[in-house]
Write a protein that binds this ligand. Structure first.
Ligand code: AMP
Ligand code: MG
Length: 418
């Protein structure tokens, strides 16, 4: 594969479009191959390594969806009430072999197996009962209020395809199918560093020109949510040789090494140089704002991403660059994020050729429409612009402005962090 050099994306040159970036990631990054069996309650965030096929029908037997009366639809009058004697009773879990005889009804409860011969259930709210007779109104369709064998998933069908990232609902499905373990790819090992002579650890003495490290905490939390095994390697000085050594060391024992800071074109921005000296640069300068100088490379089979220093740029590039990379590395299917349509409450100008992310809060207009209000501060270093908002507007590459009232795409933080 031809190595991209910085000539392609030189400072004044073009920016790598995000879609192209995702393609490059897919091309250059090989998913981890090792798999393991994990118990259901340890499977959240893990990636399904082999299609999970339903070993049985779900539900495994026809059963009632309501508390009411099970009947044979053929016994019902089409234009009048039908009165039937109630000849049996079935509760959920009942093992009784109850059949509904022609011209009779069986008292039934939600989840109880449908009695033999019954094909329809009435809700108890819809009928009147006198003694042991039930009066059933006309008009109910055959098959109503029951759950058919295999209607959720049929035996032999793929319940959870390879590449699924497991969450509570997937684990519930595996449990409903009677499974106790799932074969998943191994967890990814990710190392994180901060860089910068000015960056100090919270709790340490802060010199007059120093700032406390926010980025490692942001990264550690976001990675932990995704189920990564995180190694925190602390803060590195702006020293090219030390940086190269530390990144190279970490790359030996991790699938991905992430740094923040030191990727723009300042004199102390050594990260790109370091990657070029110890590995291969895959891309540098992406069409994304904030976060343009984000850098990716490979170092002896490990992946490397150099994020910008400003915390909001770290957040945005984590979501848009690191996450697709982690999915690819972890063997997960790519994820399509759908931005939700909302109205912009503000006018905004942007350059073409980059996708821009604007921090906004949502509010509801009197007409019920949801509109997005821009945070008053849009600096990439303003952490409160993340803590005081609900999510990001995603403005596409080709547009140059939005007007108040325009329809725009909104991505809630919760969806971005998953
Ligand atoms: P850089 O990309 O290294 O030029 O950093 C851009 C800005 O982000 C500078 O103002 C840095 O001080 C700031 N910054 C860098 N690393 C961190 C960090 N770990 N936590 C908070 N701010 C940082
Ligand atoms: Mg720096």
């Amino acid at each position: 594969m031809a190595q991209l050099t910085d000539d392609c994306f030189a400072f004044s040159g073009p920016l790598l479009p995000l879609e192209e970036m995702e393609r490059l990631i897919a091309e250059r990054v090989t998913p981890v191959a090792e798999t393991e069996q994990v118990p259901l309650l340890q499977a959240r965030t893990r990636v399904v390594a082999r299609d999970i096929v339903a070993p049985d029908h779900l539900p495994p037997f026809d059963n009632s969806a309501v508390d009411g009366y099970a009947v044979r639809h053929a016994d019902l009058k089409t234009n009048d009430d039908t009165v039937l004697p109630v000849t049996g009773r079935l509760q959920a879990g009942s093992k009784d072999n109850v059949a509904v005889q022609p011209g009779s009804a069986v008292r039934i409860f939600t989840g109880a197996p449908m009695p033999q011969g019954a094909d329809t259930a009435f809700m108890q709210e819809d009928v009147t009962v006198e003694g042991d007779r039930v009066t059933l109104p006309s008009g109910l369709k055959k098959g109503a209020n029951m759950r058919h064998t295999g209607e959720d998933i049929a035996k032999g069908a793929v319940a959870l395809p390879t590449g699924t990232v497991l969450d509570a609902q997937h684990i519930a499905l595996a449990a409903a199918l009677g499974l106790t373990q799932i074969e998943v790819r191994r967890q990814l090992r990710v190392a994180i560093f901060s860089t910068g002579d000015e960056v100090v650890e919270p709790g340490q003495t802060r010199g007059v020109s120093a700032i406390f490290d926010a980025n490692r905490y942001l990264l550690a939390e976001m990675l932990d949510r995704l189920g990564m095994v995180v190694t925190d390697l602390g803060i590195l000085d702006d020293d090219a040789a030390a940086l190269s050594r530390a990144i190279e060391d970490a790359a030996r024992t991790h699938d991905l090494v992430i740094t923040s800071g030191g990727v723009s074109t300042g004199e102390a921005d050594f990260v790109k140089v370091a990657v070029e000296s110890i590995g291969k640069l895959v891309f540098w300068r992406v069409g994304i704002k904030p976060g343009r100088p984000v850098t990716m490379g490979t170092i002896d089979g490990a992946a490397f991403v150099g994020l910008p220093g400003n915390p909001v740029a770290v957040f945005v590039t984590f979501v848009r660059v690191v996450k697709p990379l982690l999915r690819r590395l972890g063997g997960a299917s790519p994820r399509k994020l759908t931005a939700l349509p909302v109205r912009s409450a503000f006018a905004y100008k942007k350059k073409t050729g980059r996708r821009e992310y604007v921090r906004v809060s949502l509010r509801t207009r009197p007409n019920g429409e949801i509109e997005a209000v821009k945070h008053p501060q849009d600096g990439a270093g303003i952490l409160t612009s993340l803590t005081q908002t609900d999510g990001l507007l995603e403005l596409p590459e080709d547009i140059t402005k939005i007007e108040a009232g325009d329809r725009v795409g909104f991505l809630p933080y919760a969806a971005l962090l998953d």
